[in-house]
Ligand binder design. Structure first.
Ligand code: ARG
Length: 466
């Protein structure tokens, strides 16, 4: 064993200690300690390869493994002493390792730099996070499919411009979100595929002269490939940007869903109820039950956008290769991971617990003359040019509003002025259920189509579980 190294691992050529404020300014340990398990994993793989390649001895490897096991348990138990003097997660761990096992700890960094080390850690972290998030999306999708199957026939107004447009089924509406999350999922899976590349071996920027075996490290860490260019590997963070972009898009979808939940839950709509455990009351107005979770999700979407913008801006002015700017990649990335993961997890159980007020949905449909298009279509089928039919029905809607009733309740004589007659055929097409059922083509709102889509979606989710 030799003496403990100087407080700062690189301080040999410096004449004076670093300014206290600068020390705090440049340190990242307060946030990058979250990378510790990945840092240790990467170091163990590197050490194993070094010993296999004869660069360090097998007894050095044994010391490093023993020391790292101790460090892991210190960190898990919350007993590890993180020090600002050691700047970041990498130097904190290396210093403790050297305290514990001496020279072997000082040999660990052979053929490596913090530049390729941190690039590796962040990729390992994000790869694990992506695996969790993809599963969380599956969970949310399952809740949506379950509700859709329950509500394949539940009628509600479909909206354009937030004005009642045509009848749709609630199941159809929910499955629209299934599709959005399906695309989000595929973006994340794609991002994982591109980041699954090992930077270690790039060292500071140019590679290393030690006879290391990068493929062996990739194998030990489960990376699909090794990076092809050391300058690129230590400097680019496009994989983190790509994740933050995918996360921003997914949060945007969650925010749209949130907006609908907030609207649907307002007494003016009264379409749904969310379980009490996802709502809060008002401290002053006793009647209130507020949809805090969707409101917060809508609000938190802003941070996901901000994180993306932060990373894009962080990267854009950097010359090759590594620059300290990159230390700023972590907080936005961690925040996007946490925001998306938490939101998905909560939405999965919230959507599973949502209940529907079907009579209110139906009443809104009637008030909005949602079947006006169906009447126009009937007139067209009877031979009237579409533009004339459109005009005739618009006048019928005006008359219904004047009478303060829905189209189907217009006095027969009045309806006959616009539709030629007010017989059973006319009354039939004005029924919301018939309107929805008639849109029976792939992608349409008919209950039969919703059931078919539920089948396809369930099969997809089931295949993912096995
Ligand atoms: N804490 C640094 C980061 O997060 C580690 C790499 C530092 N490398 C260096 N040469 N200063 O990027």
């Amino acid at each position: 064993m030799t003496a403990t190294p100087p407080a700062r691992t690189w301080s040999g050529r410096f004449d004076e200690p670093v300014d206290e404020r600068v020390k705090r300014y440049t340190a990242s340990v307060d946030f990058d300690r979250r990378l510790a398990p990945h840092d240790i994993r990467g170091s163990l793989a590197h050490a194993r390869m070094l010993s296999e390649a004869g660069v360090i001895s097998t007894s050095d490897l044994a010391d490093i493994e023993r020391g790292m096991a101790l460090i892991s348990s210190e960190i898990e138990r919350g007993e590890f002493v993180w020090s600002l003097d050691a700047e970041d997660v990498h130097l904190n761990i290396e210093r403790r390792l050297t305290d514990l096992v001496g020279d072997a700890g000082k040999r660990l960094h052979t053929g490596r730099s913090r530049n390729d080390q941190v690039a590796t850690d962040v990729r390992l972290f994000l790869r694990d996070a992506l695996d969790d998030i993809v599963q969380l999306i599956d969970g949310l999708q399952s809740s949506l499919v379950e509700q859709a199957s329950r509500h394949a026939e539940t009628l509600m107004p479909g909206f354009t411009h937030l004005q009642v447009a045509q009848p749709v089924t609630f199941g159809h509406h929910l499955l629209a979100y299934f599709e959005m999350f399906e695309r989000d999922r595929s973006r994340l899976v794609d991002c994982r595929r591109r980041l699954d590349v090992l930077p270690l071996g790039s060292a500071a920027l140019a590679g290393t002269s030690y006879p290391i075996r990068r493929e062996r490290v990739a194998e030990l860490l489960g990376f699909a490939a090794v990076s092809e260019n050391s300058l690129d590997a230590v400097s680019d963070r496009d994989f983190a940007i790509e994740f933050c972009a995918a996360a921003a898009i997914s949060m945007m979808h969650l925010s749209r869903l949130s907006e609908e939940l907030v609207l649907w839950m307002s007494p003016a709509f009264g379409f749904i109820r969310l379980p009490d455990r996802f709502c809060t009351g008002s401290s002053i107005m006793p009647q209130k039950k507020n949809p805090d979770v969707p409101e917060l999700a809508r609000g938190k979407t802003g941070r996901a956008y901000g994180n993306l913008m932060t990373l894009l801006t962080l990267m854009k002015g950097q010359p090759l290769a590594y620059n300290k700017d990159n230390q700023e990649d972590k907080e936005p990335l961690f925040d996007s991971v946490d925001t998306l993961a938490d939101t998905l997890a909560i939405f999965a159980s919230m959507m599973a617990g949502l209940t529907v007020n079907a009579p209110r949905m139906l009443a809104a449909l009637r008030d909005g003359h949602a079947t006006a298009t169906d009447l126009a279509d009937l007139l067209v089928k009877r031979g009237m040019p579409f533009r004339d039919a459109h005009e005739a029905v618009a006048r019928a809607v005006r008359a219904a509003d004047d009478h303060g009733c829905e189209l189907a309740a217009l006095p027969a004589a009045v309806m006959a002025e616009f539709a030629g007659d007010a017989g059973p055929e006319v009354l039939a097409v004005l029924q919301a259920a018939g309107s929805a059922a008639s849109r029976n083509l792939r992608g349409g709102t008919a209950p039969a189509q919703v059931r078919a889509q539920v089948e396809r979606a369930s099969a997809l989710l089931k295949a993912r579980l096995t």
